[in-house]
Design a protein around this ligand. Structure first.
Ligand SMILES: NC(=O)c1ccc[n+]([C@@H]2O[C@H](COP(=O)([O-])OP(=O)(O)OC[C@H]3O[C@@H](n4cnc5c(N)ncnc54)[C@H](OP(=O)(O)O)[C@@H]3O)[C@@H](O)[C@H]2O)c1
Length: 258
């Protein structure tokens, strides 16, 4: 699996499984299926309420922890120092792992000073409970503030990014400052796939619109975490390496309107 090197020094697989809205037996099944197909990167969050199922799936699959990359996130009601520590502990307990690879601030909340949240994250990092830390849904101005107060490398900003929904200013800022970008909802929750530019390009390459959308994001330098629950979708979403979109095709997708 292709990886990106984070500013923390750790490698992050460019493709991961998104797990928002995967719960209970369906979640366990999708994660087992994904691991069987060769996924090594799983994106979850305290707020998704599926850490236990993911932990079960990892145990049952006998997955080699060292070969996995697990991201989780602290919810924005818990951005005070103790809240960060509390959710980190719960996360590790429920996932049944000693550490997460990446722990993110899920959503900003101006009620808590960012410096305090980062104090908590630095402790989690210092205790080896997270290998890298970062943010999600951060604008350029919040990123600038985070950079001022973090006192630790900000490895990732996870943001919504798909054809028809770009955040070019945030992407540019991150790329200029060494912050890797993970594109969430990379398929626009499946709704971005009907566009005629995507379907036309897909036909030409013998690929699907979902693969074209993911490839476009990967070629822009982003990590992608499509959520899928069927084996067919999981398999399809892995085929985004070893082929490329041309500059005109990239521009055509850039022009897609949301
Ligand atoms: N940080 C944040 O605030 C935040 C916010 C939202 C999401 N996320 C993360 O990003 C992940 C992905 O985003 P998302 O779940 O919002 O949406 P998404 O990945 O853009 O789309 C998921 C939808 O697309 C369908 N799909 C998957 N593969 C497909 C394919 N090859 N062809 C056609 N349809 C396909 C899925 O159907 P099936 O399930 O039927 O396969 C599902 O309905 C989340 O699961 C979560 O981990 C983070």
């Amino acid at each position: 699996m292709q990886t990106v090197k984070l500013v923390s020094g750790h490698e992050m697989p460019v493709l991961g499984l998104g797990t928002w809205d995967l719960r209970g037996a369906g979640c366990k099944q999708a994660v087992r299926e994904a691991l069987g197909l060769g996924y090594t990167h799983i994106d979850t969050a305290w707020m998704y309420k599926n850490h236990r199922e993911i932990g079960d799936a990892l145990q049952e699959a006998g997955a080699d922890r060292a070969g996995l990359f697990i991201t989780s996130k602290v919810w924005n009601t818990h951005l005070h120092y103790d809240g960060v520590l509390e959710q980190a502990e719960e996360t590790l307990r429920d996932l049944r792992t000693g550490y997460v690879d990446l722990f993110l601030i899920h959503w900003p909340n101006e009620a808590t000073p960012l410096a305090e949240t980062f104090r908590g994250l630095r402790r989690v990092l210092g205790e080896g409970k997270a290998r890298s830390i970062g943010v999600s849904n951060f604008s350029v101005s919040l990123l600038e503030e985070a950079e001022r107060v973090a006192q630790a490398p900000i490895s990732v900003n996870q943001i919504k990014y798909h054809p028809g929904a770009e955040q070019r200013d945030v992407l540019r800022w991150c790329q200029d400052h060494g912050v890797s970008v993970t594109a969430y909802s990379p398929l626009g929750k499946g709704r971005a796939l009907q566009d005629s530019a995507l379907t036309g390009i897909a036909r030409r390459h013998g690929k699907t619109p979902a693969q074209v959308a993911l490839r476009w994001l990967v070629q822009k330098g982003m990590v992608v975490i499509p959520k899928a629950s069927s084996k067919a979708h999981l398999e399809e979403n892995m085929d985004v390496f070893g082929w490329a979109l041309g500059p005109e095709e990239m521009a055509q997708i850039d022009a897609v309107e949301g």
